[in-house]
Design a binder for this molecule. Sequence first.
Ligand code: XMP
Length: 471
Amino acid sequence: MREIPIGLSFDDVLIVPRKSPVKSRKDINLRTRLSKNISLNIPLISANMDTVTESKMAIAMAQNGGLGIIHRFLPIETQVYEVARVKRSESVFIEDPLRIAPEKNLLDAKHIMEENDIHNVLVVGPSNQLVGIITHRDLLFEDNLNQKVESVMTKDVITASKGTNVEQATELLKKNRLKKLPLIDEKGILCGLYTTKDILNLRHSNGAAKDQKGRLLVGAAVGVKKDFLERTQKLLQAGADIIVVDIAHGHSDLAIETVKSIKKEFGNVEVMAGNVATKEATQDLIAAGADVIKVGVGPGSSCITRIVTGSGVPQITAILDSVEGAGDIPIVADGGLKNSGDIAKALAAGASTIMSGNFFMGTAETPGLAILKGGQKFKVYRGSASFGAAARRREREYGEWDQELENVVPEGVETVFPYKGSVRDIIHQLLGGLRSAISYGGATNISDFQQNVELVRMTPAGFRESNFHDI
Ligand code: XMP
């Protein structure tokens, strides 16, 4: 029989320590390439899974320098709304501020504020001329929320003219002790908004991952069937910075054709494509136009693809092989990471970033409410190909479970996980470990680390020795 090559995973290797120039872990720079044309300040991406990434997670990831990919198991309008929420959350200049008509009632204004987590809404007439502003303080002592907005709003709003830049806006906000500064043109038409909060955030958030307009970066996933072109178009209009072609078996004609059509239709768009586990697959997707390749077939914590189909490649080998076929195109190591050491091993194998669901599951920023059981809080985590995920999708599409569900052959599982609190604490721990790992690798940044790093294979005895033992 032909010799069968060995496939290695995270627990089969260690990073060989090297002489380190690092005096403090704070000096280690974690900036890395996401795709051909986009960089991140940290190499962490939250997975495009329906129990992991919607706007709340994506905002937290980007504020910390990473990226969230909004999952695709939503109606187009809802996914677009989630992307817009991220883009709107911290832009220094809001081009398209939220607004309400004067004849709407206070309850409508309250809903807009609550849904968008804001404290003021601008009031505009039929041709978009600014007529007032309504704030949450205006609503606090109002018993009758059926009153019209115009009867309670502040009419004298301090404004600035179209074209005012950030420095001029900062001065005006400071001088007049304002929270909001709407911009209007010569006809009084609303054409943008500066807020004190966003300007202060900009000053304090030099680590956040932002686009050229100062808005947080966000990605969005699309499938390979039905509405993917319409979905992509609307996601891009909403400001998505990268489109992720999300298919379990990314080395397929369907995936290749999808990448090609998105590139052809929209030209200047960054596309992440996957998932794959071989050199050939990576080359095929790059030839189709992909700007970053997502690697991982079956390593995920909620995945049973390898059990159900017997198919996959252990993740360190999958990354090494894909990197070999990728040339200058970056690789995302997706799934199967259990700790910060695994992030370092994925980067050592050549990945530029990692994607995880497991690290971030159970946090406050994941979608859905926590379940309370026996006085303890839990949150759901499920594979995108689990029975639960399929049922939820059909429920969304048809309003109920149906016969088709009997045909589902799950390749993922579903579980509840103890509530972990904010994702920021998790990110802090992961980055601390990663910085230390890069220092063990004798480097001060990811690129130097990758150039000089050496991996060593270990036996089961080495793996046993690696964890705490005999205590
Ligand atoms: P972790 O290990 O972070 O992995 O939980 C997250 C990645 O797992 C993939 N994924 C799946 N793979 N069946 C699979 O075979 C599934 O149901 C499934 N759901 C998610 C996906 O690549 C994700 O980023």
